[in-house]
Each structure stands twice: as structure tokens, then as C-alpha cells.
Design a protein around this ligand. Structure first.
Ligand code: IMP
Ligand code: MG
Length: 187
């Protein structure tokens, strides 16, 4: 399937399922090297809903046994970032004194993870880092010009250009999340 139609838009294939799996495996190996021999494994915090397939794929490659929790956050409406968190639920366990790794499907403007870092620090997390399948550096750095410096995601699977994508968890108005490959908006 090279093209998909969702609601009023057409998307074309951009990243194959095989590439997603391989990028995610590399991220798992990075985390394995980071936590090899550590006395306390980090807590993985899955950001719902978009990060579910990525989190599940990443967990297959981990050589340590982390606690896993989740948080529901939203910042997107249609194909645009709303520029702030519009919906927050969870996390489902205390993060007091914990080393937390936020799992994200994608970091775009950076608004979501920057707000989450503050939120989790406020909940007493000892350390908060971000592991994201995809990163769009262009909008992130544009946002820094407006709002000042932000911490870049510490673990990045793949950098992509500034375009709207769907699939493997990523949605257009809640559709497209179950596609196995990733598709980009077709102009
Ligand atoms: P940010 O706050 O702008 O960094 O965006 C983070 C969240 O917006 C991600 O976790 C996604 O859920 C969503 N998002 C960002 N870019 C896209 C996209 O291209 N397609 C679908 N969702 C996106
Ligand atoms: Mg998300």
C-alpha cells in the first residue's frame, strides 16, 4: 500500500515497517548499554496514545526489566500543534525519586516533552529523559527562537523533515494509528 486516504487527506508511504523495527531495536540497544549493570532500572513512561506501538516494539529489545507506566497527554488538533497540553491524565504510579524515561512517538515543537519534563520534576522524579522514535528538529529549533532553549530528546530513533505524518501510532484526528508503516501528507 503506497497511498492511504484518511478523511479528507491522502498520504504516501515514507518509512517502512522494517525500518521502524530496526530503528527501534537500535534505541533498545542504546538503553541496554546505558542501564547495563545499573542497580535500579528506570521507569518507562509511555505517552498515550501515539507511543503505544513504539513502546511495545521497544520493550521487545530490552535486556533489563523496567517498571512501565503511562500518561495521557494531547497537544495536537488536526494537523497542527495546539502549542500547549490540552489533556493530561496519570501517571498511574508514584515517580518520586525515580529515573524516568518518557517514551514518545515523535517530538515536533517540543512543547509536549518540555511540559512533561517540568510536570514530572514537580512530581519528584530524580531524572527525566526522553526516548523518541522520531524527531522533527526544524520546528523544535524554531520554537527555541521564540521561547528560549529547550532540552533536546536524549535518545532519538530517526530525524525527519518538517511534515505531517501518520501510522505506527501517529494519527490524523484519531485515525491512521494502526497502519504498520508511516505515511506522509501528500501535497
Ligand atoms: P510537540 O508537542 O509539538 O513536540 O508534539 C508532540 C506530539 O504531537 C506527539 O507526541 C504527537 O502525538 C503529536 N504529533 C507531532 N507531530 C505529529 C505528526 O506529524 N503526526 C501526528 N502527530 C504528531
Ligand atoms: Mg504523542
Amino acid at each position: 500500500m503506497d497511498k492511504v486516504h484518511i478523511l479528507d487527506k491522502t498520504f504516501r508511504k515514507m518509512i517502512s515497517h522494517e525500518e521502524i523495527v530496526s530503528v527501534t531495536k537500535e534505541l533498545a540497544e542504546k538503553l541496554n548499554r546505558e542501564y547495563e549493570g545499573c542497580s535500579e532500572a528506570p521507569v518507562l513512561l509511555c505517552t498515550l496514545t501515539g507511543s503505544l506501538p513504539f513502546a511495545a516494539e521497544l520493550m521487545k529489545g530490552l535486556a533489563f526489566d523496567p517498571m512501565v507506566t503511562s500518561m495521557k497527554v494531547s497537544s495536537y488538533s488536526g494537523t497542527q500543534s495546539a502549542g500547549r497540553l490540552t489533556d493530561v491524565m496519570g501517571p498511574t504510579m508514584s515517580l518520586e525519586g525515580k529515573d524516568v524515561i518518557i517514551l514518545e512517538d515523535i517530538v515536533d515543537t517540543g512543547v509536549t516533552v518540555t511540559a512533561m519534563r517540568k510536570l514530572l520534576a514537580g512530581m519528584g522524579a530524580k531524572r527525566v529523559r526522553v526516548c523518541t522514535m522520531l524527531f522533527k528538529p526544524e520546528k523544535f529549533h524554531d520554537m527555541e527562537k521564540v521561547n528560549g532553549p529547550m532540552t533536546e530528546p536524549e535518545f532519538v530513533g530517526k530525524e525527519i523533515p518538517n511534515a505531517f505524518i501518520i501510522g505506527f501510532g501517529l494519527d490524523y484526528n484519531e485515525f491512521g494509528r494502526c497502519l504498520k508503516d508511516i505515511y506522509v501528507l501528500y501535497e
